[in-house]
Write a protein that binds this ligand. Structure first.
Ligand code: PLP
Length: 224
């Protein structure tokens, strides 16, 4: 299947999920997750009208995206993977949105870099809804404090929450929980749903779905 065909099918599926949930299809932003895929493959998606993309590593984004963004200035690049503080400067330069803000120190560093560079990226706070020890994301119990710190003290543009449900659990429980956490914290956007569960995420209010495999096909494993 071509990227163009896959994209058309994914868009149709997302629109159907939105309508089934009595939501506007336009209220759901499709982020095409292009990690591990070449700039040429990304180009096929751009040619098919895709404008929002996601990468999970700053290093890979730095190799691929500056040239693409020069050629297509209206692209929006979302960093969806964990961010180390020593990569923040590069991430702020390259990306337009950060989906994995999950600690105070990172909020401080992002705020300092954004003011130094005169850039204002949208930030999603990642919540470890399954409280998995190996997974990134703030513990749900610490979320309110991190929202206050990031939004009110650091003055970051915190727009919403993000989660990656545990593989072995019903994602619906985690999506419902994330929606409730966002409501309690006065946040309106929800980055949730991947190739296997985007329809469920949309039923629970996802505003941003992050889809890789269904658009670009299977990935080679990333080096550690
Ligand atoms: C890779 C990745 C995705 C996309 O996953 P698919 O199952 O390929 O759709 C979504 N979110 C994050 C954080 C990812 O790292």
């Amino acid at each position: 299947m071509s990227v163009e065909t896959n994209l058309a099918r994914v868009r149709a599926d997302l629109a159907a999920a939105a309508r089934a949930a009595e939501r506007e299809p336009a209220a759901v932003t499709l982020i095409a997750v292009s990690k591990t895929h070449s700039a040429d493959t990304v180009g096929e998606a751009i040619a098919a009208g895709q404008r929002h993309f996601g990468e999970n590593r700053v290093q890979e984004a730095a190799e691929k995206w500056p040239a693409l963004k020069r050629q297509w200035p209206d692209l929006t690049l979302h960093l969806i993977g964990p961010l180390q503080t020593n990569k923040v400067s590069e991430a702020v330069r390259l990306c337009d949105a950060i989906h994995a803000l999950d600690r105070v120190k990172l909020a401080d560093k992002l705020a300092a870099e954004m003011s130094a560079q005169g850039r204002r990226l949208s930030c999603f706070i990642q919540v470890n809804t399954g409280r998995e020890p190996q997974k990134a994301g703030v513990d749900p119990h610490d979320l309110a404090a991190l929202v206050t710190h990031s939004r009110d003290i650091c003055r970051l543009n915190v727009v919403g929450l993000m989660c990656i449900p545990p593989l072995t659990e019903d994602p619906a429980i985690h999506f419902a929980f994330l929606r409730e956490l966002a409501r309690r914290n006065g946040l309106t956007q929800l980055s949730m749903g991947m190739s296997g569960d985007a329809d469920v995420a949309i039923a629970f209010g996802a505003t941003h779905v992050r889809i890789g495999t269904a658009i670009f096909g299977a990935r080679q494993p990333q080096a550690a």
